[in-house]
Design a protein around this ligand. Structure first.
Ligand SMILES: Cc1c2[nH]c(c1CCC(=O)O)Cc1[nH]c(c(CCC(=O)O)c1C)Cc1[nH]c(c(CCC(=O)O)c1C)Cc1[nH]c(c(C)c1CCC(=O)O)C2
Length: 394
């Protein structure tokens, strides 16, 4: 196949013979294919199945689906009623994330502006905690605050079993509305925090730099931590099922801080609980794609597929081609692009997307960042990211 490439030097593309890009009026990337050549035509996307689900399941897709972690939020000024205006009217994060109308409105903002292939529920990994008898708030400029951090066995005893329909009915209602609104043109994504990451907030009392309190507990009174992790495990497995039953079509598990653990400790305090969650969910929801994200996971990559998840989301400290190799064939891959790339030039962003897609190879790939969008990211660069990503054809 001889494709003529204009405007940009893109020698890397030649490594993938079937790969071509549709021309795109706004980006610099233009690759044309000689007339009469056998170029695989993009197949029509099934109306019944959002692209993201097909990619997560390893089915044949015309391009990698795309969405961005933290795609709704403070960087967004665009939209009918912007997030920033909503924040002025409703200054409490808990109100914004626990009121059905606000949750739906905020979740749909990026959908309306960028048309991503995944629409994630606006919520937080900490949202289930108050129902579990762990009062918290998310304070502007400070982040999460747990009012009574857990220190001992009696603290763990007071943690209540999570009953989603009773404690967070607004999540189910919001997901049901989102599913109707998005109408299979994208996948509605739910999410939960992983046991170790939730425990880290609850024991540290909030965000942490050295994770010394949870490590003190892990390395001096492991039974107490295990009891807490087990409670979060059963609760989050239930929560995932509840989200799926109410409209979520895939669920991402955030174990953001598991990588603070050395591999041997990850194998004790995170991996078995993640595996239990996956096993419990797959028993009743065998076709629900589960995505696992852990930031800084380079040292643990080979262990992540052992959880049984369908998709592993990479941060940017590992090369995508290497990450793919190390994860093996059975798992799909997501993420990997440094959120800082969105502060670069449009040409740089285009090149980085293309490089990532090429390294991920055809199929089983969901384009995303290696962590959430950073506040202050230029919105026009986010728009460019989606535009370039959605114009890709394998
Ligand atoms: C660790 C973690 C949390 N929350 C989450 C994680 C895992 C992902 C990660 O590793 O970042 C997950 C999360 N939090 C939020 C979402 C919404 C969905 C999305 O757009 O991705 C998701 C998926 C909204 C939110 N959750 C929070 C915000 C920022 C506060 C706001 O916009 O009012 C948003 C948009 C608050 C929050 N919540 C948390 C922190 C550390 C903070 C403070 C962040 C900050 O202030 O910069 C805990």
């Amino acid at each position: 196949m001889s494709c003529i490439q204009t405007h940009l030097s893109f020698s890397a593309l030649s490594l993938s013979p079937k790969f071509h890009f549709v021309s795109d009026s706004k980006s610099n990337l233009r690759i044309k294919c000689a007339v009469g050549e056998a170029v695989a035509e993009p197949k029509a996307v099934s109306a019944a199945e959002p692209l993201l689900l097909s990619a997560a399941r390893g089915e044949n897709v015309e391009r990698p689906p795309v969405w961005l972690m933290r795609q709704a939020g403070r960087y967004m000024k665009a939209g009918h009623i912007s997030y920033q205006i909503l924040c002025e009217k409703h200054p409490s994060f808990r109100e914004r994330s626990e009121n059905v109308d606000l949750v739906v409105e905020i979740s749909l903002q990026p959908w309306k502006v960028f048309k991503p292939d995944g629409v994630i529920l606006f919520s937080d990994i900490l949202t289930p905690l108050s129902g579990m008898n762990i009062p918290f708030d998310i304070v502007k400029g400070k982040g999460p605050v747990i009012f009574n951090p857990i220190k001992d066995a009696s603290g763990v005893d007071q943690v209540r079993e999570f009953i989603p329909e009773e404690f967070v009915p607004y999540v189910g209602e919001a997901l049901t509305i989102l599913r109707k609104e998005v109408n299979n043109k994208a996948a509605v994504l739910g999410f939960v925090g992983a046991p170790f990451t939730l425990a880290s907030y609850v024991v540290e009392g909030g965000s942490s730099k050295h994770f010394s309190k949870i490590k003190r507990l892990a390395f001096s009174q492991p039974k107490i931590l295990h009891a807490l992790l087990q409670k979060f495990t059963d609760s989050m497995a239930k929560y995932i099922k509840y989200q799926a039953d109410n409209g979520a079509q895939a669920v991402q598990i955030f174990d953001s801080w598991a990588t603070e653990l050395s591999p041997v400790d990850f194998e004790e305090f995170s991996l078995p609980y993640l595996k239990q969650i996956v096993d419990q969910v797959k028993q009743t929801h065998p076709h629900l794609p589960l995505i696992l994200y852990a930031s800084g996971s380079g040292g643990l990559l080979e262990r992540l597929p052992l959880t049984g998840v369908d998709v592993v989301s990479l941060d940017w400290t590992v090369d995508m081609a290497e990450g793919r190799r190390r994860l093996g064939q059975n798992v799909a891959v997501q993420g990997n692009i440094d959120p800082g790339v969105l502060f670069g030039s449009k040409e740089f962003i285009t090149n980085r997307i293309n490089d990532t897609v090429k390294k991920a190879g055809r199929g089983k790939h969901i384009l995303n960042l290696g962590h959430g969008i950073v506040v202050g990211t230029p919105e026009e660069n986010v728009a460019h990211f989606f535009e370039v990503a959605k114009a890709i054809r394998y």
